[in-house]
Design a protein around this ligand. Sequence first.
Ligand SMILES: N[C@@H](CCC(=O)N[C@@H](CS)C(=O)NCC(=O)O)C(=O)O
Length: 219
Amino acid sequence: MSRKVEGVHPALRITGRSSSHFTRLARVFAQELGVVCEFAPVYDLASLDMRDYAGNPALKLPVLTRGGVAVFGAENICRVLAESAPQPRRVVWPEDLRDVQARNTQELVWHAMQAQVQLGFGTQVARLPADSIYFVKAAAGLRNALAWLDERLPTVIDALPPRDLSLLEVALFCLVEHLAFRATVPLAPYGHLVAFAREFGRRDSARSTAYLFDVPPGS
Ligand SMILES: N[C@@H](CCC(=O)N[C@@H](CS)C(=O)NCC(=O)O)C(=O)O
């Protein structure tokens, strides 16, 4: 993607949902990097029409578009946003994580985000029975992952390289706040995760992307 003067990219658009943690990850990145993006909400997550997902054949969000080019997936989007930033910023990407503990942390954050989609879409949107082993196992794995993350988080954060931003921290913040927003598993046992999210949540990028359900105009 080409750079524009003064960080203004009027044609960059994030298609997603204000209630989505993967979408918020991309939007926090855009704001932290000073990249201006339009936001196009998707109102109906049950739609099977690719056009409602900016052409993503997987029918998933978020999608970044610029002109006729679409970028699928939050991590890909964050990388394009970093390339589009008006000023170079020090971003710690997953490949910059130096030890197994930090790499496992990233993996479990991705896993927990996906489990949250499975639980939210399955039980709250599709209204499938929450006592199915499919969701019971997902919730157990999510709680286990959160306990693992909670125990190791301070050490992992302390060992991160110098940075303006890391994919790991933004993703973790979006996950923890989403757990509170969607209330799939209680957050009370995970004091380090809650404290981390409270601290990260002081940023303007976090405050201006608070979770909410998008309401279609005229409804
Ligand atoms: N790998 C994708 C996952 C995105 C994802 O699961 N997004 C959720 C919203 S938070 C979604 O599209 N849910 C609709 C569905 O699963 O059908 C990414 O990194 O962006």
